[in-house]
Design a protein around this ligand. Structure first.
Ligand code: PRX
Length: 570
């Protein structure tokens, strides 16, 4: 039996057979079953205080928000976005939106104005919930370019002109709301993700995804009522929604939300004081904890911890075993993507771990290793022995159902009944999958997927920059570090001050998480004859690796005509 069939037996469905809705499964059904007093979410504030929301509180507040959306004229299918840090209003918005059958899109609060503008426009966002400061800096200046954005709700202070206040919206709304009939295939969530080319992709998920959220939380994280679960991912990314918002509540557990940032001592204190029993985190954080030394974990009582798991980047065997030594639990690596919506491949608790391997596919997930052939527009795949691209048989419940406004890109992601992941993997003789690398140019930095094109287009907005190519270079802590290669416009000489100015520009527009750390000036960038910058070659040269097939490389200018190189780091 697949893990999906198991989950369906545990889920309730809307009363009177009116379908399946994520918010009902995560919140309301627990209240109906008499567990309203149970702690749903515990917020650990920066100042050390704690804010608790029971299932009943969350049920009522999200119903108020659903009524508020109704009063604003929001219809099923309309998109509601958040641009918030990890505060209660984000979680209330999430479930209120799903209750109203609108579509939730959480934007990463540390994004700069440019990624925010692009995503609000592409997602055709109708309602945005944010703070006064975020609005003033990132949205108000471009509001005229966002014709779909009809309502902005400000959670703090006096709402500026053209916006509404959270308090007013909530206090005017009833806390009773009956979730309308919801089909499993109704749109529920949009997660932005990045590719090598084009604008960021808006991956659309439907209410049926909750089957996979529940199934994987049980099968891989062993979550159940009574557990204290901490997913350290920010809700601005897919992990923070699937496992930071939905999964723990569907399972009736308590979710811990840390409103502050990473700090080793604080993190160990949270594990110990909150008696976290299941912990889902990421390799960058694990590497930073390893760096902070083994004395800290020894000073904290971590005996409540039952399961530790990791996602988002390769987890090396050393980090898996460090968990066992320092925390008393090894890390279980898990693999999935924005497009898969939930864990697909994992080292499962209660089974032997293979340190360094991503794991094995869950029951119900058919994973294949393939080679892709491009036949004009169409893609054909062939099974491959050993290493190749990871492909998944289409049809699991949390499979993305489209890239908003990008039908051709969606279709191109499938071939022969399989979804092509873009990851290169190796399958060993026992059916375990090992990560090899990406098949494209996307970059993984501190667990965040970054499309080089989005960074390059911001670099090109700098008045001195003529061309830009961005690559990820290996970094011992964050996995990959962004490095930019630029050519300058005629007559402009590159020096360290200009380099710093370009980096500062990128940081301002993109936000610190996705801006390059280093920029170098080049007289020319390697390009194909059709004019595409060959990032692969930039990277190979930087790392001293073989340059590979250069048959499409355009003739490069003679070195003698080159201006001197300069470099700047932030
Ligand atoms: O390259 C793989 C890497 O992260 C990519 C997906 O990123 P994103 O859509 O942002 O979703 C992140 C959270 C699920 C994958 O294509 N990745 C994910 N998990 C692993 C991984 N790489 C190596 N090992 C993993 N366990």
């Amino acid at each position: 039996m697949s893990v999906w069939d198991d989950a369906r037996l545990r889920l309730d469905g809307l009363p009177d057979g009116r379908g399946l809705n994520i918010a009902h499964e995560a919140v309301d059904r627990h209240v109906i079953r008499g567990h309203g007093d149970r702690l749903a979410l515990r917020f650990l504030r920066r100042d050390g205080s704690v804010g608790d929301l029971s299932y009943r509180d969350l049920g009522r507040d999200s119903s108020r928000f659903a009524n508020g959306l109704d009063a604003l004229g929001i219809c099923p299918g309309d998109v509601v976005a958040t641009l918030l840090e990890r505060v209660p209003e984000l979680y209330v918005t999430a479930f209120g939106t799903l209750k109203a059958r609108a579509v939730l899109c959480t934007l990463y609060a540390a994004f700069g104005p440019e990624p925010v503008r692009v995503r609000l426009a592409k997602g055709r966002v109708k309602v945005l919930v944010t703070t006064a400061a975020q609005y003033a800096r990132k949205v108000e200046p471009v509001r005229r370019e966002l014709p779909d954005l009809t309502s902005v709700i400000i959670i703090d202070g006096d709402p500026p002109p053209g916006t509404a206040g959270w308090q007013q919206l909530m206090s005017a709304a009833s806390d009773r709301w009956s979730i309308p009939a919801t089909s499993e295939d109704d749109p529920a969530l949009i997660h932005f993700t990045s590719g090598t080319t084009g604008t960021p992709k808006a991956a659309l998920h439907v209410h049926q995804a909750v089957v996979a959220h529940e199934a994987t939380a049980v099968a891989v994280l062993a979550l159940g009522p009574g557990d204290v679960f901490w997913c350290t991912a920010d809700p601005g990314w897919v992990t923070g929604v699937s496992y930071g918002i939905v999964a723990p509540l569907v399972c009736g557990a308590t979710g811990i939300v840390d409103e502050a940032g990473f700090e080793p001592e604080r993190w160990y204190r949270i594990l110990a004081e909150q008696r976290v029993s299941v912990w889902y985190t990421a390799p960058t954080a694990i590497r930073m904890l390893i760096k902070a030394g083994d004395t800290l974990p020894r000073r904290h009582d971590l005996r409540a911890l039952r399961v530790a798991a990791s996602v988002g980047e390769p987890l090396d065997a050393g980090a898996v075993l460090w968990g066992r030594e320092a925390l008393g639990q090894p890390f279980h690596d898990t693999w999935w993507q924005t497009e898969t919506g939930a864990i697909m491949i994992a080292n499962r608790p209660g089974e032997p771990i293979r340190p360094g391997a991503m794991g094995r596919p869950l029951a119900g997930v058919e994973a294949a290793v393939v080679t892709r052939h491009q036949d004009g527009e169409a893609v054909r795949i062939e099974p491959t022995e050993g290493s190749g691209e990871l492909a998944l048989r289409a049809g699991w419940p949390s499979m993305f159902r489209g890239y908003l406004g990008d039908d051709a890109r969606y279709r191109a992601a499938f071939a022969g009944g399989f979804y092509l992941t873009g990851d290169l993997v190796r399958r060993d003789g026992d059916g375990w999958f090992w990560f090899v690398g990406r098949a494209d140019d996307v970059i993984k930095s501190a667990g965040r997927l970054i499309g080089p094109i989005e960074v390059e287009s911001v670099l090109l907005q700098h008045p001195a920059v003529a061309e830009a190519g961005v690559i990820g270079l290996p970094d011992p802590t964050v996995g990959e570090m962004l490095k930019a290669f630029v050519t300058l416009k005629d007559g402009i000489a590159g020096d360290a001050a200009l380099g710093r100015d370009i980096l500062a520009h990128a940081r301002r527009r993109l936000g610190p998480a996705t801006a390059p750390r280093e920029v170098v000036f080049r007289p020319a960038l390697p390009k194909t004859r059709s004019g595409k910058i060959m990032r692969r070659l930039l990277k190979a040269r930087e790392l001293g690796l073989p340059e590979g097939d250069l048959s499409t490389l355009e003739d490069e200018p003679a070195a003698s005509s080159a201006p001197p190189e300069a470099k700047a780091s932030s």
